[in-house]
Design a protein around this ligand. Structure first.
Ligand code: NAP
Length: 288
């Protein structure tokens, strides 16, 4: 049900810029959060094509939006249109949250910290000293690898279809923890020396639900297997890992907490994570 009866001349505006963007659950989640927080605000999805990104960012200033999330494919390119970049986002090399402070736009990255909070809360794991196999080396992998290293993991093996990208990311994160970059084919000899396996690739994401990021027969019952994908909530990769006795962790919590941290930057108040999760879960169920 769509209701706009509370919007008035004082409503503060927010949004998400992406291409494509119509599949995004962020407006649903953020408007539910504003309602729960009692804030007079509205959050909408904006389909921004790459050659309009500069104009769209100028629009944040011109129209006085308080904040914007940035999603695929703009997370890297948007950085050159901002006035300041938070240290973490600069190191990650990507921005997913913009805060407008009286016309000064600052970029943050809440993907990685959102992921780590979800992983810790939902599995109860102590990350200090853990060894991680990270599948993928794209934008999400960068934030996750940086935040896992900051959380104290001992070693990260980054395996990617395009090996050069795995090596490049391993080198960048090597400043913070022990790393190695490799391909997706020669993982058999790595499995005995990792504790957590994290899929950051898009293999298995709706509508390509049958795809696997690696050979799941290599998974053992001692592994914790995590997938950033939240649509479907339980990917084929996670189902096969669970059948092999591994503990599993899906991507919905990351989505909720990256949004919760963004809200906290914008409003200075704690975000209502439970209400946010509930409405997104409901929407995913309706689609299934
Ligand atoms: P991206 O920058 O486009 O990177 C995609 C990655 O997936 C690359 O490493 C790519 O390898 C790899 N890949 C794509 N198709 C593959 C396949 N069939 N087999 C093996 N590897 C494949 O995308 P991203 O922004 O990092 O997003 C990646 C995933 O994370 C998406 O599924 C997205 O939904 C999810 N995500 C979730 C959240 C959340 O809140 N839960 C947040 C951000 C992202 P190459 O380098 O070889 O192309």
């Amino acid at each position: 049900m769509i209701s706009n009866r509370n919007l008035d001349s004082h409503t503060t505006l927010y949004g998400v810029f992406g291409d494509p963007v119509r599949h995004s659950r962020s407006p649903l989640m953020m408007n539910r959060a504003f309602q729960e927080m009692g804030i007079n605000a509205a959050y909408a999805a904006f389909h921004v094509k790459p050659d309009e990104l500069g104009n769209a960012v100028a629009g944040i200033r011109a129209l006085g939006f308080r904040g914007v999330n940035v999603t695929i494919p703009h997370k890297v390119e948007v950085m050159r249109h901002l006035d300041a970049i938070d240290e973490g986002a600069r190191r990650i090399g990507a921005v997913n949250t913009i805060v407008n402070e009286n016309g000064k736009l600052t970029g943050f990255n809440t993907d990685g910290i959102g992921y780590v909070r979800s992983l810790q809360e939902e599995t109860g794991i102590e990350l200090e000293g853990m060894r991680v196999l990270l599948l993928g080396a794209g934008g999400a992998a960068r934030g996750v690898a940086f935040s896992l290293a900051k959380a104290g993991v001992r070693r990260i093996v980054i395996a990617n279809r395009t090996i050069d990208r795995a090596i490049e990311l391993a080198t960048a994160i090597g400043e913070f923890t022990d790393t190695e970059g490799t391909g997706l084919d020669d993982l058999a000899d790595k499995m005995g020396s990792v504790d957590i396996i994290v899929n950051t690739t898009s293999a298995g994401m709706h509508p390509h639900v049958a795809e696997l990021p690696m050979n799941s027969e290599l998974i053992e019952s001692e592994h914790i297997v995590s997938d950033l994908i939240y649509n479907p909530r339980i990917t084929r990769f996670l189902k096969e890992a669970e059948a092999r006795g591994a503990k599993i962790h899906g991507g919905l919590g990351m989505f909720i907490y990256q949004g919760a941290y963004a809200l906290e930057y914008w409003t200075g108040n704690a975000a209502p994570a439970a209400a946010m999760r509930h409405i997104v879960e409901q929407s995913l169920q309706e689609q299934e």
